[in-house]
Design a protein around this ligand. Structure first.
Ligand code: GDP
Ligand code: GDP
Length: 454
């Protein structure tokens, strides 16, 4: 299922459309003042189409800077979560400066925007609809959220997107969690291709890299022949191991054909992250660790993916040693949450570093799948407790008695203890860093849950 975000300034009719799509009055705004409302989510329906709708409504007209900031953040969040954004304007009012602010967010962050001119019932809206072209987001779709006009046109825009997502989900459904086996046996994924996404800013070299790895010009065959559904993920074999690479670059190119916003959006990358096991964050050696790179790397970590940082265009770098030192320093400073993740330098253009990249991916995947036997973990835990006992809030020492690995992909551990809520973050970090170091799990997200003893 795909996710549709309805965004736009207050009062254009977002809630009205949300209610219509979700089909319940449940979504009705509650009028209590001072209630800070966040994003609302519901299951949307248009005839047989099913999707998730996110609504940013419920914010009052912007009156001060803090609200404007909040509105912007909320909108950005919705946009990033969404596969498609429906940007709504009020065709009776015409375009306001506030609309331009939203249009700007969408241009920068979303690759699929449906521009909807609402309140378009009757001719009073005609001028506003024409004005809406000036936003540079394509042809406005006339709708009336209140009267239900324009819904079948909306449906015909959403249908191909829905089909694409169904197909993507079918092809790439990630493994469901494997049941815990404390002896660490049975890798149920044998034979399944590893899912890899290459994400990064536009022009980082993603297409070049995928082509290089594929060894043929498959993605660059142009809009007519090239961008088939096949290119959503590309099957290949790396040293005899089947892998599937997500072609976020191809998604961008397809988006272009459809005459949508050109820039690779963060959301394309986000989608790839969702489906991937290993995420290659591809940086341009000339402009590494830009905001967008950091955001996506952080997201990959939060989503629990294995991450490999690849610095591309290394062929064009002059003082390589100095640059590498800079990069490592920046990496540790800007992405401490990924500390230990492999950083490899590559040139997609010349093909240098491809083998090292593949090895780093395999290794990251391996670590991400690691299982540590319970007996070993408990031996380790008692050593850690002895070396550095947990604090004793209010004079009563926190006791940790037992530990087990509850999941893999990424590794997740449960520690049974007294007063889990009193264990400070610093102590959890001590344990996580210890796990990382002592069981050789660099670069993978590690989850640690404290549970009280029953
Ligand atoms: P939001 O703040 O963007 O969520 O806007 P609401 O959904 O709360 O709608 C704001 C106002 O516009 C309400 O008074 C709605 O009744 C009205 N409205 C919404 N859709 C339409 C429409 O299609 N036509 C007209 N004329 N009014 C609408
Ligand atoms: P994408 O937008 O991330 O898919 O980037 P592309 O693969 O389209 O590459 C963007 C530009 O960077 C193109 O002009 C490529 O030729 C160039 N490029 C890609 N990889 C390298 C590389 O390793 N070295 C150099 N010097 N240029 C590269």
């Amino acid at each position: 299922m795909f996710t549709l975000a309805i965004v736009g300034r207050p009062n254009v009719g977002k809630s009205t459309l949300f209610n219509r799509l979700v089909g319940r009055k449940l979504a009705l705004v509650d009028d209590q003042p001072g209630v800070t409302r966040d994003l609302r989510e519901g299951e949307g329906r248009l005839a047989d189409l099913r999707f998730t709708v996110i609504d940013t409504a419920g914010l009052e007209e912007i009156t001060d800077d803090s609200l404007q900031g909040r509105m912007r953040r909320l909108t950005e969040r919705a946009v990033d979560m969404a596969d498609v954004c429906l940007f709504m304007i009020d065709a009776r009012t015409g375009i306001t400066p506030s609309d331009e602010v939203f249009a700007d967010i969408l241009r920068r962050r979303s690759s699929r925007v449906i521009l909807a001119a609402n309140k378009a019932e009757g001719s009073a809206a005609d001028a506003g609809v024409i004005e809406a072209y000036s936003l540079g987001l394509g042809e406005p779709l006339r709708v009336s959220a209140e009267h239900g006009e324009g819904m079948s046109e909306l449906m015909s825009i959403l249908r191909p997107i829905s089909e694409e997502f169904e197909e993507l989900a079918e092809r790439t459904a990630p493994e469901t969690e494997v049941a815990v086996d404390e002896h660490g046996v049975a890798d149920l994924d044998k034979g399944k291709p590893m899912q890899i996404a290459v994400v990064g800013r536009p022009n980082a070299g993603k297409s070049t890299l995928i082509n290089r790895l594929l060894g043929e010009d498959r993605l660059l065959t142009g809009p007519e022949a090239g961008i088939t559904r096949d290119s959503i993920s590309v099957p290949m074999t790396w040293k005899g191991t089947p892998v599937r690479m997500f072609d976020t670059a191809g998604m961008r190119k397809r988006a272009k054909i459809q005459d949508k916003v050109e820039k690779l959006s963060v959301s394309d990358g986000l989608r790839a992250v969702k489906f991937a096991e290993v995420v290659i964050v591809l940086l341009d050696a000339d402009i590494p660790f830009e905001q967008q790179d950091l955001r996506i790397a952080d997201l990959a970590e939060r989503e629990g993916r294995a991450v490999v940082i690849a610095v591309n265009k290394w062929d064009a770098v002059e003082d390589r040693q100095a640059r590498l030192a800079e990069l490592k320093e920046a990496f540790n400073r800007l992405l401490p949450q990924l500390s230990g993740a492999p950083l490899v330098t590559v040139s997609a253009l010349t093909g240098r570093g491809m083998e090292r990249l593949q090895e780093a991916v395999f290794r990251a995947h391996d670590v991400w799948n690691r299982r540590i036997p319970t007996a070993k973990l408990n031996l380790w835990l008692s050593g850690m407790l002895e070396a550095h006992p947990p604090p004793a809030p209010g004079g009563r020492r926190i006791k940790m008695r037992y530990m087990t690995q509850a999941k893999t992909r990424p590794p997740g551990f449960v520690v049974m203890c007294s007063h889990p809520d009193k264990v400070p973050e610093s102590y959890k970090r001590y344990l996580v860093n210890g796990l990382r170091a002592d069981f050789d799990m660099p670069g993978t997200p590690i989850r640690l849950v404290l549970r009280s003893q029953a």
